[in-house]
Design a protein around this ligand. Structure first.
Ligand code: SF4
Length: 373
């Protein structure tokens, strides 16, 4: 059985012809139909269940099995996307934005807390800052976070917000993030570029000045903020001047975490047909240069942490150095950012917050020693 985005993307006959050995295909909406699909397979049918207009969004009653370690879990607050970035196929595959209700997200969070030793909940959606606009008539992430503040959970535990969109911040949200200690002072803010001409062709709905104003405001309002962003280099029509502008921006605004991706031509996206396609060689050169600029910035920021005592959530044993533990502070999201390697701990510390003193810094990880448990 093949499930998810692939059958949703490659319609009907195309995929069936390419993979005749597959018993059945499920799109992103078919999870509730799995029993029916299995029955068809048992009857020797080869079901193809893809709903071409995705509409399903799970709720707190849907069966949930978490694939992350039990001390952190992802919690999806919405599905789909109403943005139309010219390089992205996600709205085509996942459909338009569908928020879950505040009550549904809250109830699932409470269920997770009751059933797992959770210390960190990570809120995700294609665009978390757009949350609630479809069902409440206006952006309602603050309303959701206020409700999540009522979770019966020790004060040290954290909520992390990923995948925010620069066009959808407002003062109410920034004020809330600034005042609320439950939310990690960490924001994932994919910017993709800074040149106005590239941003416009990407259809990002923000301009350079908007981005600069937002970044300055976030830095001013949220002390100790870790800002993660991503950039695409080699977007069709990106000139040397555009790229230079991006390098200068990265140099000046000193993000703590930056991911850089070479532009990839996704079939059926508008950007696929844009003039001025950039060669792989130029994309790679630009990617390497931007990463080098960022690496120096990150290393300096990491070095500034040496000697500091920070709270670390222990994830497990290091795969490379078996007697040492690895963990993350609020400044590191799981699977995306680096780790903190911690000495002096034991197996029973896994899944718990500990205090560690940072002793060494590298661009993508820190080392420290455990102080208290
Ligand atoms: S890049 Fe993100 S915001 Fe833009 S269309 Fe794709 S999912 Fe939506």
């Amino acid at each position: 059985m093949v499930a998810g985005c692939l059958p949703q993307r490659y319609l009907q006959q195309e995929l069936r012809d390419a993979l005749p050995e597959v018993d059945g295909f499920l799109g992103i909406d078919e999870i509730t139909r799995i029993p029916e699909i299995i029955e068809k397979i048992i009857r020797n049918e080869k079901p193809y269940q893809v709903n071409l207009k995705p509409c399903f969004i799970y709720n707190e009653h849907s069966p949930r099995f978490i694939f992350s370690p039990g001390h952190y879990a992802y919690l999806k607050i919405a599905e789909g996307c109403n943005n139309t970035c010219s390089y992205c196929l996600i709205p085509h595959i996942k459909g338009t934005y569908r928020s879950r209700t505040v009550e549904s997200v809250f109830n699932e969070a409470q269920n997770l807390i009751e059933n797992y030793p959770l210390k960190e909940i990570i809120l995700i959606a294609e665009d978390t800052t757009y949350y609630g606009t479809d069902i409440y008539g206006k952006p309602s992430l603050v309303k959701l976070l206020q409700k999540l503040n009522q979770l019966k959970w020790p004060a040290e535990n954290r909520i992390r917000l990923l995948y925010t969109h620069p066009a959808h911040y407002n003062d109410e949200l920034i004020d809330f993030l600034a005042e609320n200690k439950r939310i990690c002072p960490y924001l994932d803010l994919p910017l993709q570029h800074i040149s106005d001409t590239v941003l416009q062709r990407m259809n990002r709905k923000v301009q350079k000045n908007d981005i600069i104003t937002l970044v300055k405001k976030l830095r001013k309002m949220i002390p100790g903020l870790t800002l993660r962003t991503t950039f695409i280099v080699g977007f069709p029509g990106e000139t040397e001047d555009d790229f230079e502008e991006l390098c200068n921006f990265v140099q000046e605004y000193k993000f703590e975490r930056v991911g850089v991706f070479p532009y990839y031509n996704e079939p059926d996206c508008p950007a696929n047909k844009f003039p001025g396609q950039i060669t792989q060689k130029v994309k790679k050169t630009r990617l390497d240069r931007l990463m080098k600029i960022q690496q120096k910035i990150t290393l300096k920021q990491q070095q500034d942490k040496v000697g500091k005592e920070i709270e670390v959530l222990i994830d497990g044993f290091s795969k490379k150095r078996h007697n040492l533990l690895i963990g993350r502070s609020c400044a590191e999201a799981p699977e995306i950012d680096g780790d903190i390697i911690v000495s002096g701990g034991e197996k029973k510390d896994i899944g718990n917050w500990v205090k560690a003193k940072i002793t060494r810094a590298f661009p993508y990880h820190l080392e420290g020693e455990m102080l208290t448990k």
